[in-house]
Design a binder for this molecule. Structure first.
Ligand SMILES: [Zn+2]
Ligand SMILES: [Zn+2]
Length: 68
């Protein structure tokens, strides 16, 4: 008789969902994307290069700060 052993599952590190562009939702893995703290509340924000180039406005999900 064999008892099923719990297989070790490699779970991805949590807290990695932040790294998306605030404006378009794109992944920030692309070169040229930036992450910076919100000027108002310090919440970490991210933007891709495309949105930076086009000066697309963003809005902080935490305090509602809007800007480029
Ligand atoms: Zn973007
Ligand atoms: Zn903010």
């Amino acid at each position: 008789m064999s008892t099923p052993e719990p297989s070790p599952v490699a779970s991805p590190p949590s807290g990695a969902s932040l790294h998306t562009c605030l404006s378009c939702g794109r992944s920030l893995r692309a070169k040229g994307s930036v992450e910076f703290p919100c000027p108002d509340c310090g919440e970490p924000l991210g933007r891709c290069q495309q949105c930076r180039d086009q000066s697309v406005s963003y809005r902080c999900p935490r305090c509602g700060f809007q800007g480029p």
